[in-house]
Design a protein. Structure first.
Length: 295
């Protein structure tokens, strides 16, 4: 089988590519930097160096593929985040149609069912919709809040001795996902290619309150009384701007926090909760967090 993967040598695409190569398949990985793809080309992958904002490049790379793994890479240089996401999604679909590709696995997100109002997830929802309209067989992977996003709390802990965002309470659970378990799910779907139509797969590793998160991570870094402080939306956005994020990204992440706080972002997950969730629990991730904190 020939697989084409987007995402370079990132947290998900790299282990996914390695799994497909180990299974004996042909793997092409799209990335913007040839040097960063060397860890995969040394293992037998083909590097396709170019931009997902180049539809001709995508059309050429997708040629002959049996299945695709699609993700919209971050681009913090854009001023219109949703516009960028929609352009990449449209180019993906154009290249798929030209090459008559039938099987697509997509890195989407929890909250994509909302279609609008979940910040950066809105662009992923758009990609889902465009692929549904294209008539391909699609598996939409919807992981939840990435564990590694919690690394962004480290400056706040060191600077103010707290964790926080414009969401979270002792009574509600934040669904957490480790990227390695997303790679496992993507590999399983791509190796079987048994999905038809457009179907969703939720991926979760643990379900914990933000107050529990602060408690567990605090203990791991020697701060027994670390607390999670809920911020107002205004405080959240101001903090992101102060941290150097552009307006469009600060607004997007604030909107995502609002969707999490309201419960809308996780509503479809809880209605369709997987019978089995992953094995990498918060206490396991706490070791990674402590290593990053102490580095």
């Amino acid at each position: 089988m020939k697989y084409v993967l987007t995402g370079g040598a990132g947290h998900i695409t790299k282990p996914l590519a390695e799994k497909l190569l180990t299974a004996g398949h042909e793997v092409t990985v799209i990335g913007r930097d040839a040097a960063k793809l060397e860890s995969l080309t040394h293992k037998g992958a083909t590097a396709a160096v170019g931009s997902v904002e180049d539809v001709n490049f995508l059309t050429n790379v997708f040629a002959g593929a049996d299945a695709l793994y699609l993700m919209i890479p971050p681009n913090f240089a854009v001023t219109d985040w949703l516009g960028y996401q929609k352009k990449v999604a449209d180019y993906f679909v154009q290249a798929i149609k030209v090459n008559q590709i039938k099987k697509v696995v997509v890195l989407s997100s929890i909250g994509a069912h909302m279609r609008k109002g979940a910040g950066p997830v809105d662009g992923l929802a758009y990609l889902e919709q465009q692929l549904e309209a294209a008539g391909t067989d699609n598996k939409f992977l919807r992981p939840s809040y990435f564990y590694y996003n919690l690394f962004s709390q480290i400056p706040l802990i060191k600077g103010m001795g707290i964790m926080g965002a414009n969401m979270g309470s002792p009574d509600t659970k934040l669904v957490l996902t480790h990227t390695s378990e997303i790679a496992d799910a993507a590999a399983e779907e791509l190796l079987s290619l048994s999905f038809t139509g457009s179907t969703v797969r939720y991926i979760a590793s643990d379900e914990r309150s933000t107050f529990d998160i602060a408690n567990v991570l605090g203990k791991a870094i020697g701060k027994e009384n670390l607390q999670w402080i809920p911020f107002s939306d205004e405080q959240m956005k101001a903090g992101l701007l102060q941290a150097g994020l552009a307006e469009v990204f600060a607004q997007g992440y604030t909107e995502m926090g609002m969707a999490l706080r309201s419960g809308e972002m996780e509503a479809d997950y809880w209605s369709n909760r997987p019978a089995k969730i992953g094995t990498i629990k918060l206490e396991d991730f706490a070791k990674e967090f402590a290593a990053a904190y102490n580095n």
